[in-house]
Design a protein around this ligand. Structure first.
Ligand code: PMP
Length: 365
C-alpha cells in the first residue's frame, strides 16, 4: 500500500489500526454474519456497539453524570441551528445570544443564530484578521443571555482557545456552548465548565455524518416551539439517540476510535503527542521568513496549522512537490488561500517530521 500522510482538515486521517479492524469486521461483525451496516439500529448487536461507544467516550472525556451524550446528524452547521432552536427558549423572549467571533466557523454560527434570536458579538478578532482570541476581560457580555457561543478551535484560521471561558457553570448562569469540532479529544477538557459541547465527527472522531452533542441535563428542555422534533435535544435524549435511524456505521467507527484512544493512554496521552507535533511544525515555519503563520503564539492551534509561502507564486510547485512525497491535502481553505496542515490525533509524528523535512528542503535550508 502507498505510504502517504494526509493533512486534510476533514474528513481526515483515521488511525490505521481502526481502519484495519473495520476491514476485518466488514462482512461479519463478531460472528453475527452481518456487516454493521446491515444491522437494525434496534437490534442487540448495534445497541451493544452504541452503548460501548458512549461509555468509552464518557471515560475519555470524564463526562459528568449530569450530561447526556447525543449522537446526532446534520454536522457542525446543523448544530448552528439546532443549538439556538434548543436554547433560545431558556430566557424571556426575544432572547439574546452572545458570541465570541474568532474566525470563519464562529462567524457562520452568528449568522445562523440570527434567524432565531438577537445576536450580540461580545468580542471579535476580525480587526486583527482572526489571529488571536480576544481576552475575556474585553468581552461585552449580555446579562441574561440565552447562552454564550465560542468555537474553541477555528479550523480555517488556525486559532485555538488556550483558556476556558469563565461565565458560570451551574443552572441559572449563562451556559457556554462550545463548537469543538476540530479539536475534541485532542486535549483534556473540563466538561463541567460548559453547558453544551458539540462536534462534527469527521476530524478527530470518525466518518462524516455523525455529530456529537454533549448537553447538560438542565439545558435539554428549552426548545423553541419551531424546533424540529428530530432535533429536539430532550426528545433525542429520551430516545437514547434512536429517535430516528442514527448514522450506525459512523457510530461504530467512532466507537473503534474511542477504544483505540483508550489503548493509547487516553486524551492526556494524545495531548502530549499533539503538543510535540505542533511544536515541531511551528518551529519549522518560524525558522526564517520563507513561510509565515500569522496567528499569535498563544492562540496557535495544535490541530490546524495554516501557513503562507512568502512568495505565493511558488504555491503550485510547493503542492506538487508535497504530493510527490506523499504529503497530501495541504492546500489551504479557499476562503483564505495559502496552505494548511491539519495534524489531528491520527497524524503520527512521523507524518509531521516528513512535512518538516519537506518544508526545510523546499526552503533550501
Ligand atoms: N465548526 C467547525 C469548527 C468546523 O471545522 C466545521 C467543518 N470544517 C464545521 C463547524 C461545519 O461542520 P459540518 O461540515 O459538519 O457541518
Amino acid at each position: 500500500m502507498t505510504q502517504v500522510f494526509n493533512f486534510s482538515a476533514g474528513p481526515a486521517v483515521l488511525p490505521k489500526a481502526v481502519l484495519r479492524q473495520a476491514a476485518d469486521e466488514m462482512l461479519d461483525w463478531h460472528g453475527s454474519g452481518m456487516s454493521v451496516m446491515e444491522m437494525s439500529h434496534r437490534g442487540p448487536e448495534f445497541i451493544a456497539i452504541h452503548r460501548q461507544a458512549e461509555a468509552d467516550l464518557r471515560e475519555l472525556l470524564a463526562i459528568p453524570a449530569n450530561y447526556r451524550v447525543l449522537f446526532m446528524q446534520g454536522g457542525g452547521l446543523g448544530q448552528n441551528a439546532i443549538v439556538p432552536l434548543n436554547l433560545a427558549g431558556r430566557t424571556a423572549q426575544p432572547a439574546t445570544i452572545d458570541f465570541v467571533h474568532t474566525g470563519s466557523w464562529s462567524g457562520k454560527s452568528v449568522k445562523e443564530a440570527a434567524r432565531y434570536a438577537a445576536v450580540n458579538v461580545a468580542a471579535s478578532g476580525a480587526a486583527g484578521g482572526f489571529t488571536n482570541v480576544p481576552p475575556q476581560s474585553e468581552w461585552q457580555l449580555t446579562p441574561g443571555a440565552a447562552y454564550l457561543h465560542v468555537c474553541t478551535n477555528e479550523t480555517i484560521d488556525g486559532v485555538e482557545f488556550n483558556f476556558v471561558p469563565d461565565v458560570g457553570t451551574s443552572a441559572g448562569d449563562t451556559p457556554v456552548v462550545a463548537d469543538m469540532s476540530s479539536h475534541i479529544l485532542s486535549r483534556t477538557v473540563d466538561v463541567s465548565k460548559y453547558g453544551v459541547i458539540f462536534a462534527g465527527a469527521q476530524k478527530n472522531i470518525g466518518p462524516a455524518g455523525l455529530t456529537l452533542a454533549i448537553v447538560r441535563d438542565d439545558l435539554l428542555d428549552h426548545a423553541l416551539p419551531i424546533c424540529p422534533g428530530v432535533f429536539n435535544w430532550r426528545a433525542v435524549a429520551d430516545a437514547d439517540s434512536m429517535l430516528n435511524t442514527p448514522p450506525t456505521y459512523a457510530i461504530y467507527i467512532a466507537g473503534l476510535v474511542f477504544a483505540h484512544l483508550k489503548r493509547l493512554g487516553g486524551v492526556a496521552a494524545m495531548e502530549r503527542m499533539n503538543i510535540e507535533k505542533a511544536r515541531l511544525l511551528y518551529a519549522a515555519l518560524d525558522a526564517d521568513d520563507f513561510y509565515q503563520n500569522r496567528v499569535a503564539p498563544d492562540a496557535r492551534s495544535r490541530m490546524n496549522v495554516p501557513f503562507y509561502l512568502r512568495d505565493e507564486s511558488l504555491n503550485d510547485q510547493f503542492l506538487a512537490g508535497a504530493k510527490a512525497r506523499g504529503l497530501l491535502q495541504l492546500k489551504g481553505h479557499k476562503s483564505v488561500g495559502g496552505m494548511r496542515a491539519s495534524i489531528y490525533n491520527a497524524m503520527p509524528i512521523e507524518g509531521v517530521q516528513a512535512l518538516v523535512d519537506y518544508l526545510n528542503e523546499f526552503a533550501g535550508r
